[in-house]
Write a protein that binds this ligand. Structure first.
Ligand code: UGA
Length: 443
């Protein structure tokens, strides 16, 4: 089928590439000429495992094209995706200006029937606004073209986006017209072979499904962080508690890992946006507010553990802290809402110096913070330890999982590790003569 995709961020680029991979003819549109030129030459602006070879192969095969020419893309697409960003507004609600700008562009250029698909995470009711915007723009130019607006939220995880897209666990299609559902079923048929993955529903339910999924996952994390904090107070080990509850299939093993708080471009933004939607409709989002508040507090927890160890904030002045991990999670270079950002600010305010290493996010860190005398960007985890007093681990990259604790004991002047993702066994660390602080581990 012929597909146009507006927006070449995570969602648009991955979706477009995977649709091309199964044989569709995809045109990706972006307003950023440099990005489009780069993509045409195989330069991928994000780090996502498996994406680069797939983009190159499909581009070379002519199934995946990149352009800034919106008119050409609209003319091409029987299915037109809107996959542009929805950054948070000042009040936390989703800013729809980019989505609606694309709707106007579609209305300006549409000549033949098409199914317009909202792929971006957008508040309930957005499909109606997109429909109205396209209809108004068409009317403005005196055109009459049949079109549908469908909600088809994505559930990709950064770092596993290609895999998630190629093997989706569900394909949610929210449409009010059965013909539009049929069109999307045909589009997704290659991903829907062995058992039925399509869940079709009305538009508003599909829009809410996306927020409900992310808010539920964020709730699980905040819940476990709350339990971790209680565990610390009562002298229990949250890792034991996690193992003790995860085997109950009603609870499950996923997303019950306590840590330094959730980050990324989705959970923080989506929990807030759903809370705003709820308020706007006269419902007080008590639980969602608590999920966010717990997460905000949790992002400061590693620093609190440091204060507990060092006694007070003045003791951090002049110290050098090795920081392993900067990205909001492993297998990505994304630093949006990353817990490391909060910790860096806190350490700098306390007068400490940081030697940081992340396998992918070094460039992004340099872009965000620029040159600073209190931040040394290191080429390896090893190098970050040079002259360091303490080690903090904040992202659970595989390569940080089994360090030589004896070596760390020799290298770290204050002989202390703060483990923000509970990667290590406290006994192993302490056996090497180091002090250990984890999340909710009673020490
Ligand atoms: C999330 C969802 O998992 C995807 O299903 C969704 O499609 C995506 O948002 C989106 O809306 O686009 P993502 O933000 O890439 O995906 O990352 P996750 O793997 O969900 O992790 C989010 C944060 O939660 C990370 O900071 C991670 O460290 C933290 N986390 C995760 C925990 O602290 N504990 C856990 O048990 C799991």
């Amino acid at each position: 089928m012929r597909v146009a995709i507006f927006g070449t961020g995570y969602v648009g680029l991955v979706t477009g590439t995977c649709l091309a991979e199964v044989g569709h003819e995809v045109v990706c549109v972006d307003i950023d000429q440099a990005k489009v030129d780069g993509l045409g030459k195989g330069v991928i602006p994000i780090y996502e495992p498996g994406l680069e070879p797939m983009v190159k192969a499909n581009h070379a095969a002519g199934r995946l094209r990149f352009t800034t020419d919106a008119a050409q893309a609209v003319a091409h697409g029987e299915v037109i995706f809107i996959a542009v960003g929805t950054p948070p507004d000042e009040d936390g609600s989703a800013d729809l200006q980019y989505v609606l700008a694309v709707a106007r562009t579609i209305g300006t250029h549409l000549q033949k029937p098409a199914v317009v698909v909202d792929k971006s995470t957008v508040p309930v009711g957005t499909a109606d606004r997109v429909r109205e915007t396209i209809a108004r723009t068409l009317a403005g130019r005196g055109a009459q073209v049949k079109f549908d607006v469908v909600s088809n939220p994505e559930f990709l995880k950064e770092g596993a986006a290609v895999e998630d897209c190629m093997r989706p666990d569900r394909i949610v299609i929210g449409a009010d017209n059965p013909e539009a559902v049929e069109t999307l079923r045909r589009l997704y048929a290659p991903f829907n072979r062995n058992h039925e993955r399509v869940v079709s529903m009305d538009v508003r339910s599909a829009e809410l499904t996306k927020y409900a999924a992310n808010a539920m996952l964020a709730t699980k994390i905040s819940f476990m962080n709350e339990i971790a904090n209680i565990a610390e107070k009562v002298g229990a080990d949250v890792e034991m508690v996690r193992k003790g509850i995860g085997s109950d299939p009603r609870i499950g093993w996923h997303f019950i890992y306590p840590g330094a708080g959730y980050g990324g471009s989705c959970f923080p933004k989506d929990v807030q946006a759903l809370a705003r939607t709820s308020q706007q409709h006269g419902h007080a989002p008590t639980l969602l507010d608590a999920v966010e508040a717990v997460n905000e507090r949790q992002k400061g927890h590693l620093f609190e553990l440091m204060l507990r160890h060092y006694g007070d904030v003045s003791a951090l002045r002049g110290r050098t802290v090795a920081l392993w991990g900067l990205a909001f999670k492993p297998n990505t270079d994304d630093m949006r809402e990353a817990s490391s950002r909060r910790l860096l600010q806190q350490l700098w305010e306390a007068g400490a110096k940081v030697r940081a290493f992340d396998p992918e996010a070094m460039e992004e860190t340099r872009r965000i913070f620029g040159e600073r005398t209190d931040l040394v960007l290191c080429d390896s985890a090893e190098e970050a330890l040079q002259g360091a007093d303490a080690l903090v681990v904040i992202t659970e990259w595989k390569q940080f999982r089994s360090p030589d604790f004896d070596e760390l004991g020799r290298r770290l002047a204050d002989a202390v590790i703060f483990d923000g993702r509970n990667l290590y066994e406290p006994d192993d660390v302490e056996a090497a003569g180091l002090a250990y602080y984890g999340i909710g581990r009673g020490r």
